[in-house]
Design a protein around this ligand. Structure first.
Ligand SMILES: [Zn+2]
Length: 383
């Protein structure tokens, strides 16, 4: 059994320990110490990172009470080594893990739901509850959780005897055996947990429920605590100020600004489509009925506009092709016909100009690797 220093002092980041064994596995070395401050992966919490005598520790896991430290190079058995852990990372885990306890206890007392899934990911911490929650209930749970945080309560951890444990109504995700470690936040939560936590709820600072979704008949909450919540606030604040500057609006009025912008864009699109239809009708009005192929070059026209032009002109000739030169060696096109198969013309164009396109008998669309002038020349002689 490895002595777990992170249980007696979760704030320990430097320690000395004796190397009991160090064995090679898959080109790396699994080292066992008599005691350690490295938390091994477990209970939804990722392991600590750090170094032993300057050798990076990339993974830490526990098997039958023994903690294995995975190192890139070997450590000498019997030697006393100096260990350091990345405490900023660890403290973030402590804040997020403790925040999750308060939220889970709060939701349990509000609605009787159990936490049935917990994961600390790189972007979010997710907590799954076995019942649905309304938006209002989620906000209420968040408010109550933060009220507990700001009450700065003690977070207690202990290993009760079997008899003492019988009297405690604690939350647990599975049936546990052996020594049960209880994490108690007085009046808020009792939970069996092997993770690391802060000593006072005030150290969590803040819990924010960032997103929620229905999940397996219940709800999945995406939460951030402490420094991670602050980082998220910082990023969103920067984003909202940037949008505000672009819209020339105050940050709190950006949604209104975007709504107005979308309305304006949709109005302009509608006006453009009316004008384009008028333009197309003027362009094709004097087109002689012919068995030839009509070609139009309309640089800047979007794909929808090219389709309208080709389809309209195709009423008066064997086939019509509308081109839009993008000035980057690529020309977009639409080909339409009511008298022949557009797909055959489409194939000729694609074969001649390494193009990509397709569609139905009446209308095809795509892009070609050539300037519009060159394509027009080809159409005049070959199609
Ligand atoms: Zn915990």
């Amino acid at each position: 059994m490895t002595e777990k220093l992170f249980y007696s002092d979760p704030y320990i980041s430097r320690f000395e320990a004796k190397v009991l064994s160090c064995e090679e596995t898959d080109g790396r070395f699994a080292c066992v110490l008599d005691k350690t401050a490295f938390f091994p992966t477990g209970g939804g919490q990722d392991c600590d990172r750090g170094a032993l005598d300057g050798v990076d520790i990339t993974d830490v896991y526990e098997k039958d009470g023994v903690i294995f430290h995975i190192a890139a190079s070997p450590l000498k058995t019997g030697k006393t080594v100096f260990g350091t852990i990345d405490f900023e990372r660890r403290f973030s885990f402590m804040q997020n893990h403790s925040g999750e306890h308060i939220l889970s206890g709060t939701v349990h007392s509000m609605l009787g739901y159990n936490n049935v899934g917990f994961h600390m990911g790189s972007d979010f911490v997710t907590v799954d509850f076995d019942g649905p929650m309304t938006k209002e209930q989620i906000l209420e749970a968040e408010e109550k959780t933060n009220a507990v945080i700001w009450s700065d309560l003690d977070i207690l951890t202990y290993f009760p005897s079997e008899k003492e444990l019988e009297k405690i109504d604690y939350r647990s995700k599975k049936e546990l055996s052996g020594d049960i470690r209880i994490v108690e936040i007085p009046g808020v939560d009792f939970c069996a947990c092997c993770g690391t936590h802060v000593k006072k709820t005030g150290e969590i600072g803040l819990v924010k429920i960032v997103e929620h979704m229905n999940y397996k008949g219940g709800v999945r909450l995406f939460i951030l605590s402490g420094k991670r919540a602050l980082e998220d606030y910082k990023n969103k604040n920067e984003e909202i100020y940037r949008i505000g500057t672009l819209l020339s609006r105050k940050p709190s009025y950006t949604a209104e600004g975007v709504e107005k912008l979308l309305e304006e864009t949709s109005r302009q699109k509608y006006e453009y489509s009316l004008l384009w239809k008028k333009y197309v009708s003027a362009l094709t009005e004097n087109l002689e009925n012919t068995d030839g192929t009509a070609v139009f070059c309309e640089d800047g026209a979007d794909n929808g506009s090219l389709r309208i032009l080709a389809a309209s002109a195709a009423k008066k000739c064997r086939a019509a092709i509308a081109l839009s030169d993008d000035r980057n060696g690529v020309t977009r096109y639409a080909v339409a016909s009511e008298k022949t198969d557009s797909r055959e013309i489409n194939k000729k164009l694609c074969d001649a100009f390494t193009g990509k396109g397709g569609g139905k008998e009446a209308l095809c669309q795509g892009s070609l690797h050539a300037a519009a002038d060159k394509i027009r020349e080809f159409i005049t002689t070959e199609i």
